[in-house]
Design a protein around this ligand. Structure first.
Ligand code: SF4
Length: 384
């Protein structure tokens, strides 16, 4: 099972992928973000956007195939036969490179999904992106699902037939960072996209047959714009009717332009409880038929999930359940969640965990049990 000597093979990987693509093969088709100005984002700051030549991307795909073939060979030679996922799992413990790790993880999960990096693959010429997707599927025929990030503005600029062609070539899903549907907030955050462009781009993607996942940032409006953020974002999503709405909660880190706004007092962020009230209003306004997903560690209540509209009441009931807790218990949950001890409200019933959280609260508040909002934010941002 010793691999390290035989594997210098590597291919280029970008820095991020959506949580739902954790087991996808990662193929980097462009580098960084062509916009790169959003105040709340630090992923590509300081990095220059580049299109990659198709020949270079194809070479990476061939390298991924070579690594796959090597793992299959090791599987055969080690007596595992076709049980490649088992071998892949072992390789994960000590992969010779990040590329090996990615291929092993992908094979371990069945080898069916690929994610095209980085921030806006649709910005490639359509014929080149089609060529890449076709080559990927021909070279690695086990892949039956190809997804990527895109910007609404870029999607809005594509002709409907171009998006249809991409879908026919095998592009199954686009993940779009909508963040908000409220124009003054989009402008303040320098998102470079208007609500109308979000709607136009989103509707075009849906019409093409490509599955659409729209991301929304809870808390993005801060104390000043939270209400319109909730109302206008829901309104835009109702028009788009994406397959998925994924929410994550604002975190602010050094390196984001928003960090300076926060420090100077220009941006005042909402507390966890205020953001939950915002999420309640947001969900109440949603009239689309999307899957609402809360699969991000930053979200206070990850259990708020379901298919709209039928699960709306259940989702709102989770919020009501939290809001009807006594104040000390609400703080206990928030601290436990932000310290990584709780995943959902039911976890509070575990007396050992509840006691540990009570001790953390006691320490953080120096005995008063009143944990201030800044401490909660630091806890959350330190944890993720
Ligand atoms: S478009 Fe996306 S990746 Fe680019 S700066 Fe904005 S949030 Fe970040």
């Amino acid at each position: 099972m010793a691999l390290s000597e035989q594997t210098s093979d590597s291919f280029e990987l970008g820095p991020i992928r959506p949580p739902s693509e954790a087991y996808s093969l990662l193929i980097r088709v462009t580098r960084n973000c062509p916009w790169n100005r959003c105040k709340f984002c630090h992923t590509y700051k300081g990095e220059k956007f580049q299109l990659r030549p198709v020949a270079e991307i194809k070479q990476d795909i061939l390298t991924a195939k070579a690594i796959q073939d090597k793992l299959k060979e090791i599987s055969r030679e080690s007596g595992y036969g076709d049980r490649v996922p088992e071998v892949a799992r072992m390789i994960l413990n000590n992969p010779p490179s990040q590329a090996y790790h990615n291929v092993a993880l992908w094979l371990y999960a069945g080898g069916e999904s690929a994610f095209l990096q980085d921030a806006d693959s649709l910005i490639m010429k359509t014929n080149e992106l089609v060529e890449v997707i076709r080559f990927l599927k021909q070279t690695l025929p086990s892949i039956n699902r190809v997804t990527s990030y895109a910007r609404s503005k870029t999607a809005a600029k594509k002709k409907p037939e171009e998006l249809t062609e991409l879908h026919e070539a095998g592009l199954s899903r686009l993940h779009i960072g909508m963040e908000s549907g409220y124009d003054p907030l989009l402008q303040y955050m320098d998102k470079g996209t208007t609500a109308a462009e979000h709607i136009e781009g989103g509707k075009k993607v849906v019409a093409s047959g490509i599955s659409l996942c729209e991301y929304v940032v809870l808390g993005l409006g801060g104390r000043e714009m939270w209400r319109q953020h909730a109302l206008q974002t829901a309104k835009a999503l109702n028009e788009i009717n994406p397959d998925f709405i994924r929410v994550r909660t604002l975190t602010v880190h050094d390196g984001m332009p928003l960090y300076d706004e926060l420090k100077s007092g220009n941006f005042v962020r909402s507390t966890d409880e205020e953001i939950l009230a915002e999420e309640k209003l947001f969900i109440e306004q949603l009239e689309c038929h999307s899957n609402y997903v809360s699969d991000h560690i930053t979200n206070l209540l990850q259990e708020i999930e379901g298919k709209l509209p039928q699960d709306k009441e259940k989702m709102l009931a989770s919020i009501d359940r939290f809001q009807s807790l006594p104040p000390q218990e609400r703080t206990n949950f928030i601290v436990g969640r932000r310290a990584g001890l709780y995943v959902n409200l039911d976890d509070m019933a575990n007396s050992g965990r509840h006691q540990s959280v009570a001790q953390i609260m006691h320490r953080l508040s120096q005995g008063s049990n009143q944990v201030d909002d800044e401490t909660i934010h630091r806890l959350m941002e330190g944890f993720i």
